[in-house]
Design a protein around this ligand. Structure first.
Ligand code: PPS
Length: 312
């Protein structure tokens, strides 16, 4: 299935036609979850692959055989992508399933199910930057003309997979009083991977021994995943992901948005964030102390792709 230039629109949200069809999207929304399923839910670029790796290792009790021999999409398939039924047909044991779908599209299928849901969120400025770079290398996504235009689309919620704000709001609204729902952020994992894995293990009733946890940690590190062909997408042919234009495992940092956003863009984003997330209790880590400050306003810069970075 190539369909690199095809866009599927499903219930007002656009999806890359390379991976989605009307049928595959309907399959997802009509899906019959099992109580033993674990569903990873993310808006794109929020730590999906990281959580797929973490759950593979937790369920394997730190044994990296699967994590090093089976691609992430085959051990934790995206429910809405066309190959999912084939992968799940062959699945043995408890299933790890992934989705980028917004809550309102999956809520009916999840109703009454005891499947465990793990929602990973990431600060949206870093999501926007990571997504922008991914659009440049992924030939199944529209090529962005500039970061400024891309960011406008991100804020307006018109990119593929819909609005980040709606995604986070929708899924976290269900968290209250739901013992099968676990919320974690990319930044939690980044700042304390050991503690995060231990918490996820407890949630999944799969606590690990110290040695199993140590091994899981090693195989979930950015450097290990960057070199692991089962998660770094280097095996995807160039016509689908142009590896000369970037790497899937790009930087893996908190606060990289400060190398791309202008001060004006950052302020405008903050306003949109405040208005969209009004009433939400969620808070995000936007950077680490000592990291880079936002770049100078656009008009004083030589190139959007080459920002003038001021170091705090
Ligand atoms: S996707 O396409 O939606 O599945 O992408 P996703 O996996 O959600 O997000 C990719 C970003 O996650 C970073 N990443 C990691 N960061 C830190 N540590 C580990 N182990 C790790 N694994 C993946 C990856 O580098 C992408 O972020 P950026 O900011 O682009 O580097």
């Amino acid at each position: 299935m190539a369909r690199l230039d095809v866009t599927e629109t499903f219930r007002q949200i656009t999806f890359p036609g390379h991976l989605h069809t009307q049928e595959s999207l309907r399959y997802a929304t009509d899906f019959q979850f099992r109580d033993t399923d674990t569903l990873i839910v993310t808006y794109p670029k929020s730590g999906t692959t990281w959580m797929q790796q973490a759950l593979t290792l937790l369920f394997s009790r730190g044994d990296a055989t699967l994590a090093q021999s089976v691609p992430n999409w085959a051990r934790a398939p995206w429910l809405e992508q066309y190959y999912c039924p084939e992968v799940l047909k062959a699945a043995q044991g408890p299933r790890i399933i992934t989705t980028h779908l917004p809550h309102h599209l999956l809520a009916p299928a999840l109703q009454g199910s005891k499947a465990k849901v793990i929602y990973v969120a990431r600060n949206p400025k870093d999501v926007a930057v990571s997504y922008y770079h991914f659009h440049k290398m992924a030939n199944f996504l529209p090529q962005p003309r500039s970061f400024a235009e891309f960011l406008d689309e991100f804020m307006a919620g018109t990119l593929h997979y819909g609005s980040w704000f709606e995604h986070v709001r929708g899924w976290t609204r269900t968290a209250k009083d739901n013992s099968n729902f676990f919320y974690i952020t990319y930044e939690d994992m980044w700042q304390d991977l050991r503690g995060s894995l231990a918490r996820i293990g407890t949630f999944l009733q799969c606590p690990l021994e110290a040695e199993e946890l140590n091994s899981s940690l090693r195989h979930c590190s950015f450097s290990s995943m960057k070199d692991n062909a089962m998660v770094n997408y280097t095996q995807i042919p160039d016509e689908i992901m142009d590896h000369s234009k970037g790497q899937f495992m790009r930087k893996g940092k908190i606060g990289d948005w400060k190398t791309m956003f202008t001060v004006e863009q950052s302020q405008r984003f903050d306003q949109v964030f405040q208005s969209e997330m009004q009433g939400s209790q969620l808070s995000f880590v936007w950077g680490c102390p000592g990291h880079l400050e936002p770049v100078e306003p656009l008009e004083t810069r030589t190139s959007v792709e080459n920002p003038i970075v001021s170091v705090a």
